[in-house]
Design a binder for this molecule. Structure first.
Ligand SMILES: [Zn+2]
Length: 232
């Protein structure tokens, strides 16, 4: 039997048969992996913790590449305080979903940034909405899109009010806007750029939806559909 060790986080876990689980892991080394955790739903299964979504650790995997089996796990963190706060829990679900979708190949920068955001929410008082904002900004930058929310990508002015995003010029001021593009209201823009993060939670979520729209346009990827549904 082949065996290997990866540093990974569980992004999805689905029961299979009577006592098995099918895990989706995102690893630093190889990106997304599908792994069977045998007998882990039995009452005394010692690796049950290793199958929980958001468990982060060193995973020892056996079997062939197309049929990987969980052999052992050294837990690094479970970010358990997140599960005590429903808003943070939903935010973490969005982060795990986004990380998984953006890790079809290894994406080490986004992996480490996701861990950093989960840590911030679990132990450092980072709010759920800010956690999502940080993750979405990393999703853009770690995939090669350095979006500047302060300077107009066309005339170079410092944007003071609303802005518009287009593929061609990035963020532009209201004078340079063309017919098409994603409108970013001034409160959302100042929040995303960090100029003013002291706004109500609902407005933070609205800004996050704008960011998710931009990601959808540049990366062709829907993130957080379930997360945002209740706000529409
Ligand atoms: Zn301009």
């Amino acid at each position: 039997m082949d065996a290997k060790k990866v540093t990974a986080i569980v992004t999805r876990a689905v029961p299979y048969g009577d006592t098995d689980m099918i895990l989706t892991l995102v690893s630093i080394e190889e990106g997304k992996l599908t792994v069977t955790a045998k007998s882990c739903l039995k009452p005394k299964a010692k690796l049950r913790y290793a199958t929980e979504p958001m468990n982060f650790g060193e995973y020892m995997l056996a079997g062939k590449p197309e049929r990987l089996v969980l052999a052992d796990c050294n837990q690094i963190d479970s970010f358990s305080p997140i599960t005590l706060d429903i808003e943070k829990y939903y935010a973490s679900a969005l982060i795990l979903e986004g990380l998984q979708k953006l890790s079809l190949e290894s994406n080490p920068a986004l992996f480490m940034h996701s861990i950093e955001v989960l840590k911030g929410m679990a132990y450092e008082g980072k709010g759920a909405e800010e956690g999502v904002t940080d993750f979405l900004l990393y999703a853009l930058s770690d995939n090669g899109y350095q979006v500047d929310f302060v300077t107009c990508g066309s005339c170079g002015c410092i944007i003071e009010d609303d802005a518009v995003f287009s593929d061609k010029d990035g963020i532009v001021c209201s004078h340079c806007r063309e017919y098409k593009g994603i409108v970013i209201d001034s409160i959302s823009r100042k929040y995303i750029s960090g100029e003013d993060r002291q706004i109500p939670a609902q407005l933070k979520t609205k800004a996050n939806m704008v960011l998710a729209d931009i990601i959808s346009q540049v990366l062709g990827l829907k993130i957080g559909k379930h997360y945002f549904t209740e706000f529409i």
